[in-house]
Ligand binder design. Sequence first.
Ligand code: ATP
Ligand code: MG
Length: 472
Amino acid sequence: MKKYQSALNHNIFRVITQAAEELQLESYVIGGFVRDHILKRGAPKDIDIVAIGSGIALAKKVAEILPHQPKVQVFKNYGTAMLKAFDMEIEFVGARKESYQKDSRKPIVENGSLEDDQNRRDFTINALALSLNEKNFSELLDPFNGIKHLEAKLIKTPLDPDVTYSDDPLRMLRAIRFATQLDFKIEKESLDAITRNKKRIKIISKERITTELHKIMLANRPSKGFALLHKTGLLAIIMPELTALEGIDEIEGQKHKDNFWHTLEVVDNISENTDNLWLRWAALLHDIGKAPTKKFHKKIGWTFHGHEFVGAKMVFKLFKRLRLPLNDKMKYVQKLVLMSSRPIAIVDNDVTDSAVRRLIFDAGDDIEDLMTLCEADITTKNPKRYARYHKNFKVVRKKMKEVEERDKVRKFQPPVSGEEIMQTFNIKPSREIGIIKDTIKEAILEGDIPNEHKAARELMLKKGKELGLMAN
Ligand code: ATP
Ligand code: MG
């Protein structure tokens, strides 16, 4: 049997071996750690240990031996324990045999052997185990040809895929997530089984679903995952707003683009330029308002009037349904969806200072992200158009820099305060103050006056007079 000594150089494994020998039980490192070591995926965040016996007892013994004597978190219901050491989370579980009932992903659990425990793992590449026992330290136990499948870049279940996915439907999303993260292929039998079992996803909590979606979203090429979700029919269950964008309609020879596949391209494009999860979500959702707003007009063809506004409202509903946070992250995604056509409108027309100033004012600190989104939105296959758009974006960015340096509207603070207006005209809080402040803001954005106190004060006096106010 092959040995993987180099995977187990870290001191923590010696400590676990010592603890297990003291308790006279066998232990193995299993799952993601072994897989990622062989794939050379960089420093591990977590390590999973299986004990043939009590995982909780092993964790406690390991904590005793470790110099910093870490706290052991025990999850009695699951028979697992976790401790932190050397910046890693180390999870301990007793080897177990699982059997499932139809309406729950919570199995009935009994103690079992290492093989029983490997049988309950989701994929062959996640069932690899290395021995931590003195007699055969670092020996690989690979009952399902996981190594071969790692080399072939294949996602395959140890048991009958229909059973694996039906027992715990979360595995369907995990399969697609691993295929996306690792750029692996899902074996055909597995993909067919996912398609057959797609409805079982309904027993999975929204939180678990979105955890997997986030991981897909953060991969190098998220489109791979979304295409698989679509192909298996899972996407239509989880996010019907997205699949509603699929298809090209043609009336009187006029077609619109397929907004679903366009969206996936936009998500891949943006992923080359940002790791910001929520900016990637904004890219995924930027066109969702297009399905409900689509119309055909004899003269102008296909339109999606107001899709940004409708889309921003849909963002709220979708976040609520998927139990995504309804906080500033959601507001940020809504804002980007709402503003998603603004930069391109400027790029398309003559780039005036005032249009740029208004864009910066409305976007505030999110202006850079909005520009990143709009550039990713360019998916035209016409090379001339593609070059022209990108060139125009450069022009807009340059102009933005000039305008911002001069006028500083990004973090706009009114140059004349309400306080000053009240004192000048000797008035109490009233409608007039709002009118004067608004007039000043509009004049600055239009470029009629500079963003300075002196000019703003003059305009205040003039407007006050118009409103019939008397200056002190
Ligand atoms: P990552 O940590 O990168 O998400 P991982 O493979 O370590 O990948 P974890 O969720 O940390 O995934 O799970 C650790 C191990 O537990 C997996 O490698 C797998 O063997 C097993 N496992 C996790 N979830 C399931 C599941 N739903 N069904 C079967 N086995 C699972
Ligand atoms: Mg893990």
